[in-house]
Write a protein that binds this ligand. Structure first.
Ligand code: SF4
Ligand code: SF4
Ligand code: SF4
Length: 484
């Protein structure tokens, strides 16, 4: 997902609890891990698990066949590809990201990434080097051939935008006649092609009442996750969030929707993951309503600049697709130099939050959306005023019971049989270490002395999630392709 602030099918923000990574988190319900803000940039550079770019959202182009009014990257068909990174530059940058983290998750988006003829070439190169690759798309160009070529290129999943099941609304919002029909047909082709998909919906006043129906539809279609996006006023969406025009909801209305979403995530647990995007305040609601939720075991605070960043079509690095503030230019410096040396990233990793977010008990579970704080106050460390909660400033910060770190090394503390090792190798590398820990924890609890393929099968059957139609890619590795 890319656009500054507003919409994201284009690849948007799979950062905070979003889509694929959090799908993994719930599926395996891991333990242990930890990254906390407060390290210096130098320390971060030396630390293999903390402050690493675990998720990189990459806007490969600003071109798009649609023209949504809220688009954070102001995409459209008139946009030129003249300054887009070339295929060769994309390869070079991929190598540089993998030098910093050999197992990142790349979210390739746009604009509409399918307008790039070399999308598969870029995806194949990244996946061949060890990255996990997913694609964010509006879905209208997702033909059977494209689905097959994406799969061949190692793409593990697709995020697709559906704003309403009412074509009048969706097509008007996306400014494309027939867009919903094309996107729904693409969902059917993804099912047939057995490529995992996430449904993304941008929340507006007009579709607010439709959210439960969209969730039910996504579950019925076999989506891995449903992400509800709350508008950030950036890109073409600038001004739309704060003045309530077209899409904006008041903080009180946000509260109502988040409360409803927290209930839905409880209701659908085990069938469909449900998340808010650009609104980490969902974690406050989950903590209040469902304190035993496995969601709270994981790092839930906004990860931008700490574990997450975005690359623009021209090679600029920003903390998040919704924050246009540039940390560095990959045509002038390497990714590692930007990641480790950027003053903006240093601030996001080291400085305390300002305003009410800084004195809020939920600052570690939520922390507010940094992109929204930047859009509304000019300071990425400022308060997120889209939140209606008023902290009293006297409370200790609530900590997640346990935190998980993506990309940690798969160190073994127990013996593993050869077939178990082989299965682990088929788990995406960015979560392999966590999966290994989870399996060893399980073996210890059951009094087993080693990890076997049979034990892995048992863990999978006992997982707190049961996708009725298939297992998502992150859970399938340990079982080979048996679910295909
Ligand atoms: S479909 Fe195109 S115009 Fe609409 S939000 Fe996505 S990238 Fe932007
Ligand atoms: S800045 Fe906002 S949209 Fe970006 S990762 Fe953080 S919470 Fe998500
Ligand atoms: S005040 Fe800030 S940290 Fe607290 S719940 Fe609201 S957005 Fe989150």
């Amino acid at each position: 997902m890319s656009e500054t602030g507003a919409s994201r099918d284009a690849g948007a923000d799979l950062g905070e609890g979003d889509g694929f990574p959090s799908a993994y988190r719930d599926a395996w319900e891991p333990g242990a891990g930890a990254e906390t803000a407060g390290a210096t940039a130098a320390e971060a550079a030396e630390d293999s698990d903390r402050d690493l770019p675990h998720v990189v959202a990459w806007n490969l182009t600003a071109r798009c066949n649609l023209e949504c009014p809220h688009c954070y990257i102001s995409a459209g068909s008139w946009r030129s590809d003249g300054d887009d990174l070339s295929t060769e530059e994309c390869r070079r940058i991929t190598d540089q990201v993998l030098d910093v983290n050999p197992a990142p998750l790349f979210v390739l988006s746009g604009g509409e990434p399918l307008v790039r003829d070399d999308l598969e070439e870029i995806a194949a190169y990244a996946s061949g080097q060890g990255a996990t690759v997913v694609v964010g798309t509006n879905g209208t160009l997702l033909t059977r051939d494209r689905i097959a070529s994406l799969k061949d290129a190692g793409v593990r999943g697709v995020a697709i935008s559906v704003d309403s099941l009412d074509p009048d609304y969706h097509d008007r919002f996306r400014r494309g006649a027939g867009a919903l029909e094309q996107t729904l047909a693409a969902v059917e082709r993804l099912r047939e092609g057995r490529l995992d998909f996430v449904v993304q919906t941008t929340l507006t006043r007009a579709n607010r009442e439709e959210v439960p129906e969209l969730v039910a539809w996504a579950a019925e279609k076999g989506a891995v996750c449903f992400n509800l996006y709350f508008l950030v006023g950036t890109g073409r969406g600038e001004g739309m969030a704060s003045d309530g025009r077209l899409t904006g909801l008041s903080p009180e209305q946000n509260e109502e929707v988040l409360a409803e979403l927290a209930e839905l995530q409880r209701e659908y647990r085990g069938r469909l993951m449900i998340r808010s995007k650009c609104q980490p305040q969902l974690m406050r609601h989950v903590h209040e309503r469902d304190p035993d939720s496995p969601l709270l075991n994981y790092r839930t605070r906004c990860p931008c600049g700490v574990q997450y960043c975005r690359i623009t079509p021209e090679g600029k690095v920003t903390p998040c697709p919704y924050m246009p503030e540039v940390a560095g230019d990959l045509r002038e410096a390497s990714f590692g130099e930007v990641w480790r040396g950027s003053e903006l990233f240093r601030r996001l990793r080291e400085e305390s939050l300002g305003g009410k977010c800084g004195r809020c008990a939920y600052r570690e579970l939520c922390g507010g959306c940094r992109a929204r704080a930047h859009a509304e106050t000019g300071d990425p460390m400022g308060p997120d005023e889209s939140c209606a909660y008023e902290p009293d400033g006297r409370e200790e910060a609530i900590q997640p019971p346990r935190e998980i770190t993506y990309g940690e090394s798969a160190d073994r503390e127990m013996p593993w049989t050869e077939d178990a090792e082989e299965r682990l190798e088929r788990v995406p590398s960015f979560v392999r270490g966590v999966v290994a820990n989870r399996l060893e924890d399980y073996a210890r609890r059951k009094g087993e002395s080693r990890v076997t393929a049979e034990l892995m099968t048992r863990v999978r059957k006992e997982m707190p999630i049961d996708f009725s139609e298939r297992m998502p890619f992150f859970a399938r590795g340990g079982e080979g392709d048996g679910d295909e």
